[in-house]
Design a protein around this ligand. Structure first.
Ligand code: ADP
Length: 319
């Protein structure tokens, strides 16, 4: 293998830049030519490909977002789109591709591999919803963003004796809400994996109120439904003033934490190692602090499960 490519795809996540930097520098360290593909799979189809040098990825390790930009591409989901993508890669002499993204991007990488083009997936998403890895790049940064927001809301919640519903990202996975709930000491955590009846949440709020609690914070994962609707329900059932904050895309941004930068550097470099070893259709991950790799499709067929013992813990600590 002499030339490899790297792209970011789907939802962006803090730490993607650190992963791009690791792929480029590790590739050059091993005397490979490394090509950056801009705007994800759509950019690949359109040939937005540039040679990366050591300096191209200078000064990005600390930045959120992705210096290669990202996109969603319907065209890439078609056979014709995938064939165009492979033609572009071949035109540049690229023989292997690192795809940094979430599960949708991994399915794309798997399609290219099935068509004979070797791809390796690097999990980058704030949702932490990829099976086969304990953590995805961006999750820790998003988590820290969420708890900073919850800490601030807690100040005003206490001052006004209000109930606060805070909607947190996570389409299918409750990890962000779960971890943030434990880290910020929320009274209730509502996640898709454990759809606690609203009545149980209401009971907990009322019990807290009776023992003199001045506020109640409920973290709701967006996968459960609208935080605004949930807040209305809580207000109706408790008669306590209830406010809703939707944290939205603030959770996607910001300078990556040390944890995410280190994780991204390790995973990006591991992906290059796998390509050099001639592997294809694999995803890299971290399990028990060891770098691992799995067949992409087998991993995606598994169901991601958050650490549910933490849910139990949060209930025990918020009695
Ligand atoms: P994420 O990677 O963050 O989950 P998406 O689900 O939007 O984001 O996927 C990113 C892109 O990956 C899509 O826009 C599409 O181009 C490609 N993709 C998603 N699913 C498939 C699939 N089943 N086959 C081929 N390409 C796919």
């Amino acid at each position: 293998m002499k030339k490899i490519g790297v792209l970011t795809s789907g939802g962006d996540a803090p730490g993607m830049n650190a992963a791009i930097r690791a792929v480029v520098r590790k590739g050059i360290y091993h005397h490979l030519g490394v090509y950056g593909i801009y705007y994800g799979y759509q950019g690949l189809i359109e040939g937005k490909i540039e040679k990366m040098e050591l300096g191209t990825v200078g000064d990005i390790i600390q930045r959120g977002g992705t210096a290669l930009f990202t996109s969603r591409s319907e065209e890439f989901k078609t056979e014709a789109g995938q064939e165009k993508a492979i033609e572009q890669l071949k035109k540049h002499g690229i023989e292997g591709l690192v795809v940094i993204g979430g599960d949708g991007s991994f399915r794309g990488a798997s399609e290219l591999t099935k068509k004979g083009f070797p791809c390796i997936g690097v999990p980058g998403t704030i949702d932490n919803d990829i099976p086969g890895t304990d953590f995805t790049i961006g999750f820790d940064t998003a988590l820290n963003t969420v708890i900073q927001a919850v800490d601030k809301i807690r100040d005003t919640a206490t001052s006004h004796e209000r109930t606060y519903v805070i909607e947190v990202m996570g389409r299918d996975a409750g990890d962000l809400a779960l971890w943030a709930g434990v880290a910020a000491g929320a009274e209730s955590i509502v996640i898709p994996e454990k759809n606690e009846p609203v009545e149980a949440v209401v009971d907990r709020i009322k019990r807290g109120h009776e023992r003199g609690k001045r506020h109640s914070i409920i973290l709701v994962a967006e996968g459960v439904g609208s935080g605004v609707e949930y807040g209305k329900q809580i207000q109706e059932l408790t008669n306590f003033e209830t406010r809703v904050t939707v944290l939205g895309h603030t959770q996607r941004g910001g300078s990556p934490t040390a944890f995410d930068r280190v994780l991204a550097s390790r995973l990006g470099a591991k992906a290059v190692d796998l390509l050099i070893e001639g592997k294809a259709g694999r995803m890299v991950g971290i399990q028990k602090n060891q770098l691992v790799d799995h067949d992409i499709l087998e991993a995606l067929n598994e169901t991601h499960q958050p650490e549910m013992s933490m849910y139990q813990l949060s209930q025990e600590l918020s009695i």
